[in-house]
Design a protein around this ligand. Structure first.
Ligand code: COA
Length: 260
């Protein structure tokens, strides 16, 4: 599969998806969103891929937002369609993947860029990163999940302030807010993030998929996270990974999970 706006590579269980429109600060046009869907699906469908990292190309931006030039003359119904399609194709899609997704935020993550990073399961950032949801400065609101995921991650008051001011926070503040889990120098970001990915890969991918499902359920309307936890917990007992994990512990050896 070839992409116009992405780089896709896999290496020993790790898929790296790099959004590659550096001249436009990796802004998400419709073509890029469609390609991201394909790339995330491909990685998630590939049993050999245990973790996905998404990042931006160049040294300046992760993603500087949705591509403003594409929607500047949209009508009300086109605006709604753009948002709904984005949720389904990319943002909700990524959040619900069973393969862990880490966003390595290597610069500006604005608007749709921060929304993509927030749809990932967690985030690392370079000390050069700047994050914000500046949509109200354009006369619009975040439409790819930002009004929901930002308050989940940083709390309602901070989200209100960030969205109302349309301002940017730096990596230190993002760390303090809990928006990103770790901050490193730009040159070390990928290596650092890959180290976390390798740690994740040692564990049962089936159990991790169950954990993602249970954690997500707690944030979803009409779902009871505790009920989902009970179901997923029970499901684990029927997996080969559980047999291997518990046997390895009792036999005092490292587990070699089949991923089933
Ligand atoms: N959509 C479309 N194009 C974008 C873009 C976006 N969200 N963000 C940046 N670009 C383009 C610029 O138009 C420019 O293209 P050009 O060289 O053809 O004119 C190129 O990327 C470089 O951006 P530029 O603004 O010149 O860089 P800068 O260093 O001066 O400023 C930012 C960087 C991130 C502060 C600035 O680009 C910006 O404010 N971008 C929009 C952020 C935004 O509002 N995002 C939310 C969208 S809903």
């Amino acid at each position: 599969m070839s992409y116009s706006n992405l780089l896709y590579k896999t290496n020993d269980g790790l898929a790296t998806i790099t959004i590659n429109r550096p001249k436009k600060l990796n802004a998400l046009n419709q073509e890029t969103i469609a390609e991201l869907h394909k790339a995330f699906k491909k990685a998630d469908d590939d049993d050999a891929v245990k973790v996905i990292i998404v990042t931006g190309s160049g040294e300046k931006a992760f993603v500087a937002g949705a591509d403003i030039s594409e929607f500047a003359d949209y009508s009300v119904s086109q605006g709604q369609e753009l948002s709904a399609k984005g949720h389904a194709t990319l943002f909700d899609f990524v959040e619900h993947l069973s393969t862990p997704v880490i966003a390595a935020v290597n610069g500006f993550a604005l608007g749709g860029g921060l929304e993509l990073a927030m749809a990932a399961h967690f985030r690392t950032a370079s000390d050069t990163a700047k994050m914000g949801l500046p949509e109200v400065s354009l006369g619009v609101i975040p439409g790819y999940g930002g009004t929901q995921r930002l308050p989940e991650l940083v709390g309602k008051g901070r989200a209100m302030e960030m969205i109302m001011t349309a301002g940017m926070i730096d990596a230190t503040q993002a760390l303090q807010y809990g928006l990103v889990n770790h901050v490193t120098e730009l040159g070390e970001l990928m290596e650092f993030t890959e180290k976390i990915a390798r740690k994740i890969m040692k564990n049962s991918s089936v159990a991790i998929a169950s954990a993602i499902n249970a954690i997500n359920a707690g944030f979803e309307e009409g779902e009871n996270g505790y009920e989902t936890e009970i179901t997923e917990f029970g499901k684990c007992f029927g997996t080969a990974d559980f047999k291997e994990g518990t046997s390895a512990f009792l036999e005092k050896r490292k587990a070699n999970f089949p991923g089933q």
